[in-house]
Design a protein around this ligand. Structure first.
Ligand code: UGC
Ligand code: NI
Length: 160
């Protein structure tokens, strides 16, 4: 069993895997009569031959240390997880290594952060760490297979 420590999620560290969505730094536009900041167009969405869909996920909370036994990717589209709460959640990603996941990395979100996984990024499934585990998910709706799963021969234990 490999062991890795979860890192704080930052846009820089996550850049090879996707976007971090947060109201951080100066807003791009002030709208609604000056009553709303807009952090504009902050994610690289890609739905290939499909279309964008918004779904609601209610995922069972897990606990740290967390044993990750499966990684997956969506070859046909990006996937964004936008928490409908302010609780941190766990994000596990990995680079591609010849069509298989490479060395995994784990990130702990700050309250209010969401993520957008780039099309084809290896990742663990949605992993909340506290109830209610509610998220809006923006991903591809379309024909054809869009899920590749790899069960890890050497699971990864993620510590806090
Ligand atoms: N399968 C599904 O809709 N969700 C996963 O892709 C996930 O990353 O949680
Ligand atoms: Ni996924």
């Amino acid at each position: 069993m490999r062991e890795i420590a979860a890192e704080p999620l930052t846009a820089e560290a996550f850049a090879p895997f996707g976007d971090v969505l947060e109201a951080a730094g100066p807003y791009d536009k002030l709208i609604n009569e000056g009553l709303c900041g807009r952090w504009h167009d902050r994610a690289r969405l890609d739905f290939g031959t499909g279309r964008a869909g918004i779904s609601i996920f209610r995922a069972e909370p897990r606990a740290l240390p967390y044993d990750c036994t499966l990684l997956e990717r969506h070859p046909e589209g990006s996937q964004a997880f936008l928490p409908l709460h302010q609780a941190p959640f766990l994000v596990i990603v990995a680079p591609d290594a010849g069509g298989q996941p490479g060395a995994p990395r784990a990130f702990l979100t700050a309250p209010g952060q969401g993520i957008n996984l780039y099309r084809g990024t290896w990742h663990g499934v949605l992993t909340p760490l506290s109830p209610p585990g509610l998220f809006a998910v923006v991903d591809r709706i379309g024909e054809g297979a869009n899920l590749e799963e790899v069960r890890l021969e050497d699971p990864v234990r993620v510590t806090g």
